[in-house]
Design a protein around this ligand. Sequence first.
Ligand code: KIV
Length: 264
Amino acid sequence: MSKVTIATLQKMKQEGSKFTSITAYDATFARLFDDEGAHALLIGDSLGMVLQGCDDTLAVTMDDMVYHTRCVARGTRNALVIADLPFMSFTTPEQACHNAGRLMAAGARMVKIEGGDWLCESIRQLTRNGVPVCGHLGLTPQSVHVFGGFKVQGRDEFQAEEIYRHALSLQEAGIQLLVLECVPAALAERITKALRIPVIGIGAGPATDGQILVMHDAFGVTSGYTPKFTKNFLAETGDMRAAVRLYIQQVAEGTFPGPEHSFN
Ligand code: KIV
């Protein structure tokens, strides 16, 4: 596979080809995912939960993100490397630019930012300064305590309209990619069709342009609660490389996620 850029994902959207992304936190797994053809690798602040053992992502620092981004970037040849701006690291456009600059210098090629239209000014400043931005709507884990738990978002009509409106505003402000997490499949389909930019789903049904999973979920090694939208590809294959290939194959052919992994 040749180098994946945002232009690659945009073209895949236009052609109707589904792309696959997965979280990575170190060079060894980044290389494995990259070798097997994952299109994008996300250094997610989910590392607070799956690496650091916290109950949520709020304690993750910029230093943590820079360290893991550097590790993943070293192991990646072709996949698009996206890094999360962690909790409270983008409260002003100036702070967002400063911290995004640190992630880009560590090897990220795009930064992801959780939230709605209140981020438009930050997104404009970031893109003007050469930082590509991925939005993140729906169940945004940094707001878990506002939601009162890890709950599906956009189930009622008002909330669904809000998420839809935020998606359009973020696109207008300049995001080039959007993650939709834990929203009803019909809402994700409506947003994916309305946006020019590619949309990546997690717990958002099969209609998004791409899918993402936390790597520990794809290998079935997450301790404690296993969300409905995940799938243990290692159980089916017994081999990590084969598990990643199966995940990519099932996303490409549209068999993952199935109805059993989606919310209505
Ligand atoms: O932090 C993360 O891993 C994420 C994905 C779940 C999209 O934001």
